[in-house]
Design a protein around this ligand. Structure first.
Ligand SMILES: *Cc1c(COP(=O)(O)O)cnc(C)c1O
Length: 219
């Protein structure tokens, strides 16, 4: 099936309140343009350099989401145009994003990444650390970032009961934090293999790559 068909299939199967991020990492611009021509405007990349290169070559009405782990020394390359950073997992990183956003007189929207997976390799902060951060004075002084939600990645496993538990934990954390931080609106969870389950568990933003663009050869 074509990229266009894949997109249409996914879109017709998800509720309207759920935003689809087309994860285009490792894929050539020609593939992204196929999705663009089919109406897709939100793309997710996990490497800053690759996102910058694609941003430069593609139409300017695209919203670029950084979904991968962010190195602080590279924030400056995307600060001018990035529309949402999913993987914020420390106050230090947030401070750097704030500093770079200020240079462009922007407010950059961010999600706090919460570690929900039972794996050492997945990044993220604990739910308690997120709560502490959102209530800190240091945080309230950052005027050029806004935390608009949470993001999480479930364990890479066939055990869907475990994945469901992890998604439900993130949704509970999200609901708790939302009562005190009304600007939290986005819950980013779910990928090709588990987005339907994620939506059942309360996801409002799914990050789908291989189900749109086909399997990746590397990363
Ligand atoms: C690659 C990636 C995805 C998409 O994965 P697929 O299984 O191809 O849909 C989603 N989220 C993050 C953080 C990723 O790195």
């Amino acid at each position: 099936m074509s990229i266009k068909d894949n997109l249409q299939n996914i879109k017709s199967g998800i509720p309207e309140h759920v935003t689809l991020v087309a994860v285009s990492k490792t894929k050539p611009v020609s593939d992204l343009m196929e999705a663009y021509d089919a109406g897709q405007r939100i793309f997710g990349e996990n490497k800053i350099q690759e996102m910058v290169e694609k941003y430069e070559q593609m139409p300017k009405d695209i919203q670029w989401h950084m979904i991968g782990h962010v190195q602080r020394n590279k924030v400056k390359y995307m600060a001018e145009f990035v529309s949402l950073i999913h993987g914020v997992d420390s106050f230090k990183l947030l401070k750097e994003i704030n500093k770079q956003a200020k240079k462009y007189d922007r407010v950059i929207n961010c999600l706090l990444q919460i570690k929900i997976a039972d794996e050492d390799s997945k990044f993220g902060m604990s739910a308690n650390d997120a709560t502490t951060l959102l209530h800190s004075d240091e945080f309230s002084e950052l005027k050029n970032i806004e935390i608009v939600g949470l993001m999480g990645m479930a364990t890479f496993t066939d055990n869907m009961a475990q994945v469901e538990n992890e998604f439900r934990f993130l949704k509970t954390t999200f609901d708790k934090l939302k009562t005190q931080n009304s600007e939290l609106k986005i819950l980013s969870m779910g990928m090709s293999g588990d987005y339907k389950l994620a939506i059942e568990c309360g996801s409002t933003m799914i990050r789908v790559g291989s189900s749109i663009f086909g399997a990746r050869n590397y990363h």
